[in-house]
Design a protein around this ligand. Structure first.
Ligand code: NOJ
Length: 533
């Protein structure tokens, strides 16, 4: 019986994140769109991923890259139409790709009709769809809560004399999830898309959905500061898990396995993170709460090994881990870690237990692309180190031709494509057996073919300093993965009495049998692991 067939597809699925503005531009306006994505689905099926998650394409004021939505059940004309969504879903189904859409329940755009109505007066019927509070005695914000993007989480609305809460930018007022009408409205949004045949949602900022009802100040440390992921009153309140359970019931009401992949704060302690699964025996919250720790851990064997062991061990029995190496909010792995390290990290991502997420372009080793000041799009860019989020959101590089094949030559891509990155493109890498694309494809093919790599147990083994070594075992099938996180060669002796056959090296240049595995700088290998007879 193969692991993870049918209903459990998501347990070991490889989910590919598409940032719609940047994937493929079919209508030649320099902005990616839905027909562009549809035209590239065969590339993704051939790559070997199981599902795509498409970041928001809904009507938006574009004050936060589409995460400031003005209509949850529409399509922004820059991306296409509802008919284009239907065509995309149908085309994906035909070639066996599942489709997840982004659900953004924590906030709307300030231009959403719900907020416009809420802001109209203190007695407006929709007033308590959002979180309003009177000024503090000194006229300032009601409490000391910070927005994730910095500064107060409160903005004053002069016309009604109250502050509204926004966990992110002021352009994104937070909905009031204590109001049953908000819950029902969001369930309606989910049904709207589920009825069209999607396979589930990636859910934005779930841990922020409820805030302390009394709006108590966050306790500050001696520097007058508090650590956002650990905030006491702004997130992870009692009750958020129940809200997630209610969203889970919505997807569970549909035939087939529709799933929820939920975004939690990126540095949540493991014990808080795993609460979003539910408990062993009652896994009724999220199918997959995001685990973002690979984005922040140092690329060092001890730290990685400790985290892998602790997290894998903390995921409740019967649930599946999740791993993320890149996304639209953080620098790309090829920039964050280095080009060679990014190849080794792809080996890690695709051989760990659970359901990994691959960010578009990371399969090519696309680095961050520097953005000249006059072309900055992301309002957060100025405040974040390294030019913010735009450099990791640049157009997919399809060819070495004009505009990297993302849009026609006459068009101006919405962000620079990175003209100096000639060799980093799908067309060239497809013909290069040593390319990062070839490596990613080989890893995905091996994973598909081998139950041990998809769903087998994981155990970290003692490796030499600098190397992360772990086994993946299912029935008689055994693999050993060894990753050199350093710039110096290391020798990984295989456990006594065993040998290995190199199935994949991150350098894509070796095979062969060994009893001890020499790894070059930043090299990672996947070995079929054989007890010696
Ligand atoms: C998390 C998303 O990943 C990010 O891009 C967005 O800006 C915030 N949530 C606000 O929705």
């Amino acid at each position: 019986m193969p692991l993870d067939a049918g209903h459990d597809w998501w347990r070991s699925a490889v989910i590919y994140q598409v940032y719609p503005r940047s994937f493929a531009d079919a209508n030649g306006d320099g902005v990616g769109d839905l027909p562009g994505i549809t035209s590239r689905l065969p590339y993704l099926a051939d790559l070997g991923v199981d599902a795509i998650w498409i970041s928001p394409f809904y009507p938006s004021a574009h004050e936060d890259g589409g995460y400031d939505i003005t209509d949850f059940t529409g399509v922004d004309p820059i991306f296409g139409s509802l008919a284009d969504v239907d065509a995309l879903i149908a085309a994906a189904k035909k070639i066996g790709l599942r489709v997840l859409l982004d659900l953004v329940p924590n906030h709307t755009s300030r231009h959403h009709p719900w907020f416009v109505a809420s802001r109209a007066s203190r007695s407006a019927a929709r007033r308590n769809w959002y979180i309003w509070a009177d000024p503090a005695k000194d006229g300032g914000p009601p409490n000391n809560w910070r927005a994730v993007t910095g500064g107060s989480a409160w903005t004053f609305d002069a016309s009604t004399g109250q502050y509204y809460l926004h966990s992110f930018f002021a352009a994104q007022p937070d909905l009031n999830w204590r109001n049953p009408n908000v819950r029902e409205a969001m369930a309606g949004v989910m049904r709207f898309w589920l009825d069209r045949g999607i396979d589930g949602f990636r859910v934005d900022m779930i841990d922020y959905l409820l805030k302390d009802e009394a709006l108590r100040d966050e306790p500050l440390d001696e520097n007058g500061w508090y650590d956002q992921p650990l905030a006491k009153y702004q997130l992870n309140q009692r009750g958020v898990v129940d809200i997630m359970r209610s969203l889970r019931r919505v997807v569970d009401g549909y035939a087939g396995a529709r799933i929820l992949l939920g975004e939690v704060e990126s540095r949540l302690p493991i014990d808080v993170l795993v609460r979003y699964y539910g408990t062993a025996g009652q896994l009724d919250v999220l199918h997959l709460p995001f685990n973002f720790w690979l984005l922040f851990l140092p690329w060092q064997s001890a730290a990685l090994e400790r985290f892998i062991t602790d997290y894998d061990g903390a995921v409740p029995e019967g649930a599946a881990p999740n791993w993320v190496l890149g996304n639209h909010d953080v620098p790309r792995p090829a920039t964050r870690l280095g080009a060679a390290q990014a190849r080794a990290a792809m080996v890690l991502l695709l051989t760990l237990r659970g359901a990994p997420v691959v960010y578009y372009g990371d399969e090519l080793g696309m680095p961050n692309v520097p953005i000249p000041p006059e072309r900055i799009q992301d309002p957060w860019s100025a405040a974040l180190p390294g030019g913010g989020r735009d450099p990791a959101r640049t157009p997919m590089r399809w060819t070495r031709g004009p505009n990297a094949g993302f849009c026609p030559e006459h068009a101006m891509p919405w962000l620079p494509v990175g003209d100096e990155l000639e060799a980093i493109n799908v067309e060239d890498q497809r013909h290069d057996p040593g390319s990062m694309l070839a490596l990613t494809k080989a890893l995905l093919a091996l994973r598909r073919a081998c139950p041990a790599l998809r769903g087998g147990n994981l155990r970290c083994l003692q490796g030499p300093p600098g190397a992360v070594v772990f086994s993946r075992v299912h029935d008689d099938e055994r693999f050993l993965v060894a990753i050199n996180t350093t710039a110096a060669p290391v020798e990984v002796p295989l456990p006594a009495g065993t040998s290995g056959i190199v199935r994949i090296s991150s350098a894509m240049d070796r095979t062969g049998t060994c009893t001890t595995l020499p790894l070059r700088a930043h090299e990672a290998c996947v070995l079929e692991w054989i007890p010696r007879s």
